[in-house]
Design a protein around this ligand. Structure first.
Ligand SMILES: NC(=O)c1ccc[n+]([C@@H]2O[C@H](COP(=O)([O-])OP(=O)(O)OC[C@H]3O[C@@H](n4cnc5c(N)ncnc54)[C@H](O)[C@@H]3O)[C@@H](O)[C@H]2O)c1
Ligand SMILES: [Zn+2]
Length: 379
């Protein structure tokens, strides 16, 4: 009942970084972008009266939300410029950043003005990169509209563009001024994208205790798996709280904790890359998360029963067909890709593996190839 009671209320999670001045809120509020939405008013409380807003969004989002967001910002008194980029990963490029800089110059954006990212991780990462470099840094507001962006990419300050075929290789750390999440925007998100994003949610269930010391998110997901949609605001809040906790403890990924967020990702990146990005990131992470659990169980690190529960949850959330595709890729090629993962140290494959109980993980770089291969081969 408590879950349902909060579904339409405003929730805020504080992200407090090392210096007192560097804190921000992640606000979760269903209906924030709707016709009577309060987005403009929320931003008004953060920005000087004469601040201009450059909104970055993609072509799909523009058709759905541009008008109402502009209306809400205008009603709050802001001068608004909108830059619409093509949808898709190819827009995370220096060429696209250049266009944003050109529009920023044309609009006479200054350091006190605001860049607003309305979209998924592509828009958010590009807007973040531009906001952190234009004028040596201007305020950024993230309004994430995909599940991946609402539970992951909009929080934590990592920004990037792709360069020379390498993903996220040119980027910065630039924390937003605020993250404003309207879970209702997921109603228009294509089903495939929404389900893929749930793999990251399952990931949070498996790393929660190591990140926050708390337990129960995995079980909570199991409990609500039949109708997770009804509790999206609470689900998003719990994911954001875990990510915020990790970022507060390890803002610049120097202390190891932030690495836990990579559970399932070393396996996942190999599938993503071998599928030539035919698999969505979240889909590849679903395969990778299960394989990390299976490998940990093989090694005696994690109860076999817990690995089975992980598989059952992923399937219940709609990822069964995706998990079946794991068998389409040659294990040896996958292993080679895993060895090239940019987060490895040297040749050793670095893996986050569940350990002990649901919610706990460990980082290992000493797992024999034969064990990894057996899992890649479906063992
Ligand atoms: N910065 C980080 O910490 C971080 C973390 C994870 C992922 N990422 C990055 O995020 C990117 C992936 O983000 P993504 O999965 O959000 O993909 P995306 O931004 O490409 O969005 C997926 C698709 O959904 C559409 N869309 C978005 N919101 C919609 C809505 N509400 N209704 C209808 N359509 C909508 C988009 O136009 C796009 O076609 C990758 O580039 C990845 O590297 C960054
Ligand atoms: Zn991910």
């Amino acid at each position: 009942m408590a879950d349902l009671a909060m579904t339409r209320t405003r929730e805020a999670i504080e992200v407090k970084l090392s210096a007192e001045s560097r804190r921000y809120d992640i606000v979760i509020q269903p209906g924030l972008l709707g016709q009577q939405g309060r987005l403009g008013d929320e931003i008004r409380s953060l920005a000087p009266a004469d601040a201009k807003i450059l909104m970055l969004t993609d072509a799909n989002l523009a058709g759905l939300y541009q008008e109402q967001v502009e209306k809400s910002l205008h009603a709050a008194g802001f001068e608004v410029y909108t830059c619409v980029i093509p949808a898709g990963e190819a827009s995370k490029s220096l060429a696209q950043a250049q266009e944003v800089f050109e529009q920023s110059l044309a609009a006479h954006m200054s350091r006190k003005d605001i860049m607003l990212a309305l979209g998924g991780g592509v828009v958010g990462d590009l807007a973040g990169f531009c906001a952190s470099t234009y004028h040596r840094g201007m305020p950024l507001i993230q309004v994430p509209t995909t599940l991946v962006a609402q539970v992951d990419s909009a929080i934590g300050g990592k920004t990037a563009v792709n360069f020379g075929q390498v993903k996220n290789i040119v980027g910065t750390f630039h924390q937003p001024l605020r993250v404003m999440i309207d879970p209702d925007t997921l109603d228009t998100l294509p089903e495939r994208e929404r389900i893929a994003g749930l793999a990251e949610v399952v990931k949070y269930g498996l790393i929660e205790t190591s990140c926050t010391g708390e337990t129960g998110f995995f079980e909570w997901q199991q409990m609500h798996a039949d109708n997770l949609r009804a509790v999206y605001p609470e689900m998003i809040r719990r994911c954001c709280a875990i990510k915020a906790s990790v970022v507060m403890q390890d803002e610049f990924e120097t202390k190891g904790l932030r690495y836990f967020l990579n559970l399932g990702h070393t396996f996942g990146h190999a599938y993503e890359s071998l599928s030539h990005y035919g698999l969505l990131h979240g889909e590849a992470v679903a395969i990778g998360t299960l394989q990390a659990a299976v490998l940990a169980a093989r090694l005696g690190l994690f109860p076999a029963e817990a690995a089975l529960r992980t598989e059952a949850l992923l399937k219940k959330l709609g990822l069964l067909d995706v998990l079946r595709q794991a068998g389409d890729f040659p294990p040896q090629s996958l292993l080679e890709r895993m060895r090239q993962d940019k987060k490895n140290h040297g040749d050793a494959i670095r893996l986050v593996l569940p350990e002990g109980e649901l919610g706990r993980v460990v980082v290992r770089d000493d797992i024999p190839d034969a064990q990894i291969l057996a899992v890649l081969a479906g063992g």
